[in-house]
Design a protein around this ligand. Structure first.
Ligand code: ADP
Ligand code: 5GP
Length: 221
């Protein structure tokens, strides 16, 4: 699925990275994602579709595509999703076409999706997928962050806390597991992972040509 990207200063072509961030709700993955998108010009966000109601402050088309159940079902029937899942009683899915377009345009793609989405994406795109799981420093801190965000009702917060342990149980389905204690430090770790993954030999499809050129120069000397 991944297309070749030419973002390396040496001009080496490489396969695009599908970079997944998951965490129990409130651990801070949106915060980290925002910082990463601001810092990394070759990274674009996959905007999911969801049937959950829009929260105060959220923007249609930026945070999510907010669709009703019929609309979501139509998209599913038309195979418009790369993956989709039930989360917290609502449906969430990753529209396929924008992801393919972003990869074709030479960008890596960032996904804020849960463990079910990470698993499905890995089944489809295997080695192009990098999965990062973000843990809260403690459950007390997780609840504090959910309350501090001021976006959910008491009932929704209790539901998210009740499901947090179940989500954390999927930590071993990820390539990297980090603890978001300090947001800046966690962001730096995530950025380091992305930068290192971009340099993986298996992604650098342009290396062979460069090495052949190096060898030719050697023989010409
Ligand atoms: P998620 O996307 O995982 O649901 P958010 O990024 O919305 O979580 O973060 C939940 C709340 O916690 C937000 O109010 C955010 O500003 C805050 N937050 C995120 N990371 C940290 C951190 N390292 N320390 C303290 N507060 C944080
Ligand atoms: P929220 O309602 O807090 O925005 O998101 C709830 C959960 O749904 C989060 O864990 C988030 O990562 C997950 N999620 C968001 N979009 C998708 C998606 O397209 N697919 C899957 N599988 N999970 C998603």
């Amino acid at each position: 699925m991944a297309h070749n990207i030419q973002s390396d200063p040496h001009g080496f072509k490489r396969r695009g990275v599908l970079f997944v961030l998951s965490s129990p709700s409130g651990a801070g993955k949106s915060t980290i994602a925002r910082k990463l998108l601001a810092a990394e010009t070759d990274l674009a966000m996959s905007v999911s579709a969801t049937t959950r109601p829009i929260r105060p402050g959220e923007v249609e088309g930026k945070d999510y595509h907010f669709v009703d159940l019929d609309g979501f079902r139509t998209m599913t029937a038309n195979h418009e999703f790369l993956e989709w899942a039930h989360v917290f009683g609502h449906r969430y899915g990753t529209p396929r076409a924008p992801v393919e377009a972003m990869l074709k345009a030479g960008q890596d793609v960032l996904f804020d999706i849960d463990w079910q989405g990470a698993q499905q994406l890995h089944q489809i795109a295997g080695g192009d997928v990098v999965r990062v799981f973000i843990l809260p420093p403690s459950m007390v801190e997780l609840e504090k962050r959910l309350r501090g965000r001021n976006t959910d009702s008491e009932e929704v917060i209790n539901g998210r806390m009740a499901r947090a342990a179940g989500e954390i149980a999927h930590w071993d389905g990820y390539d990297y597991v980090l603890c978001n204690d300090d947001a800046d430090a966690c962001f730096e770790q995530v950025q380091t992972i992305l930068q290192a993954e971009r340099l993986k030999r298996s992604r650098q499809t342009g290396l062979i040509g460069f090495i052949r050129k190096l060898n030719r120069t050697l023989m010409d000397d």
